[in-house]
Each structure stands twice: as C-alpha cells, then as structure tokens.
Design a protein around this ligand. Structure first.
Ligand SMILES: [Zn+2]
Length: 544
C-alpha cells in the first residue's frame, strides 16, 4: 500500500476526534441535535486549524443515512463517500483557484436541482474571500432565497474581506488557533498508533514550528518520519527544520552572562555547520529574552515549567535594562540579517554586539561622536557654563555605567560640601527624572543641610513626590551626608536648563556670524549663488 500522508490518514472523521475547537463544535452539535439548521455557515480562522475538516463532518451530519445528528454513523455509504471525497451532493470549490463569476454561476445553476441521493446539496467554498465581486453578487442571490435543499459552508482565513451582505447571512464560527500543547498531544497519539518511536522534545519542536496549524504539524511529522531512520529525535528534527534547540539559546544567554565571546562565536559556527536558520534563531532568542523579562517582573510566572531553575538564574543575573538591550539588539539583528555578508556573520555579529554593549565593570567605552559636523570649522566661543555642555553630560552618563570610574561613587567615603555651583552639581547627577527636575529648578539657598529651590509654575508636573524624593536621594549619595530638599513653586529667572538654552542660543548665534564672515562661504554665496539654511548650522564643541 502506498504511503498516505498523515494529515489525510488522520483527518478527524467525527466531531469527537476533532481537537482544539471545543466551543465551535459544541455550538454546531447542539444545533444539529436540536434540528435548528441554518442554510449558510462560515468558518473563519488561520490556516490548518480544521475549517474544511469541520465542514466535511458537518456535511456528513446533514446527509448521514441514519438521520441528521452531530454523530454521523461513519459507516453508511454516504458517510464513507464523503470521507473519500466521492459524494455527488457535496460540491467543494476552492475559491483561491476559481475566483471568477462563471464558476459561481455554474455552481449555483446546479443548486436549483434537487440533490441526487442525499438530503441536502452541500456546497463547501474554501477561501471564500478570494471570490470576485461579481461572483459574490451571484452567490448573494442564492443566499438570500436559498432552495430548501441547499446548504452553504464557507471557510476563510480573512473574514474582513468577505462582503458584509454575505457575512450577515451566515452563521459564523471563529475557530481558534491550536495551542502547541494540543498539537503535541495529537502528534504523540498518532505516533503511538503508528508505532513510531520519538523523543518528547522532538514532538515539542514540531508542535512549536507548526505555529498553530495542525495541518503543518502533520506534514512536518511526515517529513520527520521520512528523515529519521529509526527514532524521531530532537536533533534530527532541528536539523531538518533548521530550527534552534532551546539548549543552544540557553547556552547563548549563559555565554553572554559569562562574557564569553569565544563561546558565542563557536555557537554561531556550530549552527552554520548544522544549517540552522539564523532568522529563526534570532526570533527564538528574542522570545526567550521576553520570557526572562516577564520572569523578572512577575516572579513565579514559569514556576511549573521545566525551565524554572534556569529562568530564575538568568533573570537574577541580568538586569531589566540589559534584557531590554538584548531584546532590541536581537530584533534589530534579525531585521538587518539580509544586509550582512552572510547570515552566519550577521548572527555572530548580533551576539557580539550584545556582548559589546553589555554593561560591564571592566569594559571601556569608546567615545564615538556621531554628530554631523559642518564642513567649515568655527572657532569656538568659550563655554558659558563650565562642565555643563551636552558632551560632558553625555560623557558623564557613559561613565556612570562603569562603576569603578563613577565620579559620584568614587567619592562615597568622604562627605563633600556644596560649593554653591548648582549648575555644576546638576550636570553631575545621573540622567533621569531627578536630573530633569533639578535642571528646571532655580537654586535659592543652601542652609542647614537643606537645599531651597524654586520651580516654575509651568513645570509643576515635575514636582511629584517621587521625583523630589529621587533627587534628594541623588544629592545624599553625591554629598554622602544627610540632606534635605525644599522646592517652592515660584517664578524662575534662571536654572541650569535656562542657562543651557541661553548658552546654546549664544553658541548658535556665534556660529552663524562666524559662517557669514567666513571668506570661503562668502565666495560660495557670491560665485555660486549659494544660500545658507540657518537651521543647518550647528556649533562645534570641543571635547574637554
Ligand atoms: Zn452515515
């Protein structure tokens, strides 16, 4: 006997054996058993979840020689003919390949005649949203006044593309996507019946790869059976699918935590040899990072899982920020994979990027200046506020990621005194809401270890208790002594933010006049009719 594909061999023949669509099946069964028949049904849901399977079982239920019921006998000639696809009164049309109005008119002309042998003429139209507008119109006429002996069963993956006039005449069922657990259980059952040995992990990989489609799961299983000489193993399946094993993803996270660059490149090389799909691997990695993040935020989320210990360990060792960073790098890496010299290089580079940006106590950050520079160098005016330029703040923010160089922490052992320079102090704070608040505050006085500040009425959104508390904490850390903070809402004549804006404006004005007086620019304007776009001028700041 020739090999019959599993999807066909194991296609459920009755509602009892159908998996994963309990609520829809229950509703259909009740209607059938109470003889409340509708003349048109619409099943929608993603591919491979059993839409046409349910349609065929429904056709049997309606035409079984033993009577209309949710449990067709499966033994009468009608049931058997429907199962093998030879029943004259069941007409199946794939709208994807028969979109035209002619097919529909042929079909519907036929509908006028009584069924040849059954109770009903059943029309199953798959992918019904693919029909042309005129085909829908032709169908609508029959749907509006259907002959007693006609039943329509429509199936679609895109119900939003079906005209509302058609939708409104159908009894609709939304079929659910299969869970990978449902799929795995079904596959295990089939393999037991077929007497084929398999690893549980292999089944889980197939179920996951099927992405909610039972039909896909069964065809992957077909392939896996053909691919494996004896037992279906996780290794064989991952090789076949080019998917990545969870174990390798865990190794990647472990190497990142251990800052093991060699380990990471070896993993990438090994995956290349096994023809792993790098796109799939980055996708899997992003999913894992998401799960670790969830685990961090909601401890106990994966308590029942076999991965519990590992998840807890990883989420303890990685900060929330690092997980966010890894997630971003993995999805960007996936997006850029096609731009890489080859996928293996792209993948390897993505892992190394995670390593490079992994906040580390030993790593040094290269300062890279990305700001576009005007072609003409402008002599810089002396900064109005020492230490408060954007570059310096940015540099400090970078330094604050490296604890051993952190200027704040380095001085923690000795308490310091406030020298009256509020702007300088603010520039040394860590970036965040506390700093934003501090930047908008005018310094009034510092007495008895209390900072008196005022905040403009328009900025009261910054005067939230937790922001103030955060700022107080930062000041306490900075000076390493008990301090208090009092903020009054009042008019503000100067603040670090105002100073910065003034300085920026002054620099820009200086740059503009320097550009205008530059001989080369003057020549460009006079000889080439050039124009200067003022908004394109940016002052250059010197690194200190
Ligand atoms: Zn029957």
């Amino acid at each position: 006997m020739s090999y019959q594909v599993l999807a066909r061999k194991w296609r459920p023949k009755s509602f009892d054996t159908l998996i994963g669509q309990e609520s829809a099946v229950q509703a259909i069964a009740n209607a059938l058993d109470q003889n409340r028949l509708h003349h048109a049904y619409l099943f929608n849901g993603t591919r491979g979840i059993g839409k046409t399977t349910i349609a065929r079982i429904l056709a049997k239920s309606l035409n079984c020689e033993k009577g209309i019921s949710s449990k067709p006998c499966l033994t009468c000639s009608t049931c058997q003919e429907i199962d093998v696809g030879r029943y004259v009164d069941l007409i199946e049309l794939d709208a994807a390949s028969n979109t035209g109005v002619d097919n529909m008119i042929d079909l519907l002309e036929n509908a006028q005649y009584a069924p040849s042998s059954g109770r009903f003429k059943v029309y199953i139209i798959d992918e019904v949203h693919m029909l042309s507008k005129s085909a829908f119109n032709a169908m609508l006429k029959t749907l509006e006044e259907p002959p007693e002996h006609v039943k329509f069963i429509l199936a679609t993956t895109e119900p939003q593309k079906v005209p509302i006039t058609v939708l409104s005449r159908c009894l609709q069922f939304n079929l659910k996507q299969m869970t990978s657990e449902n799929i795995a259980n079904h596959l295990s059952g089939i393999l037991t019946e077929e007497k084929i040995a398999s690893d549980d992990s292999a089944i889980r990989i197939i179920a996951k790869a099927a992405n909610g489609s039972m039909r896909d799961a069964l065809s992957i299983l077909d392939q896996a059976i053909a691919y494996s000489s004896e037992k279906i193993s996780a290794e064989k399946v991952t090789q076949m699918l080019g998917t990545i094993e969870d174990g390798i993803l865990f190794d990647i996270i472990r190497h990142l935590i251990d800052k093991n660059g060699r380990g990471l490149t070896e993993i990438a090389r090994g995956m290349d040899e096994k023809n792993t799909s790098f796109d799939d691997a980055l996708n899997g990695l992003a999913k894992l990072i998401h799960e670790l993040t969830v685990c961090k935020i909601i401890p106990g989320q994966y308590d029942d899982s076999s991965k519990k210990a590992l998840y807890n360990e990883f989420s303890e060792k990685l900060t929330g920020e690092t997980l966010q960073l890894f997630y971003q790098i993995s999805i960007n890496g996936r997006k850029d994979l096609h731009l890489a010299p080859d996928p293996a290089t792209g993948f390897s580079m993505t892992l190394l990027r995670m390593l490079a940006f992994y906040p580390s106590s030993t790593s040094t950050h290269d300062k890279v200046d990305h700001s576009p520079k005007p072609a003409i160098k402008i002599p810089e005016k002396k900064s109005l506020i020492p230490d408060a330029t954007e570059k310096n703040i940015a540099a400090k923010a970078m330094l604050s990621n490296t604890p051993d160089q952190d200027p704040v922490k380095a001085n923690q052992t000795v308490s310091r005194n406030f020298d009256g320079n509020w702007s300088l102090l603010v520039s040394q704070l860590k970036t965040g809401v506390a700093k934003t608040l501090a930047q908008e505050c005018q310094f009034l006085s510092y007495k008895d270890s209390t900072f008196h500040l005022s905040l403009d009425e328009k900025k009261t959104y910054l005067s939230k208790n937790d922001f103030i508390q955060k700022l107080e904490e930062q000041l306490i850390n900075h000076f390493n002594k008990k301090l208090k903070l009092e903020i009054t809402i009042d008019s503000v004549s100067t603040s670090p933010a105002i100073e910065k804006r003034t300085e920026k404006a002054a620099l820009l004005k200086h740059a503009e006049s320097a550009i205008m007086q530059d001989n080369f620019v003057k020549e460009l304007i006079s000889d080439f009719d050039a124009e200067i776009v003022p908004s394109s001028i940016e002052p250059i700041k010197k690194e200190k």
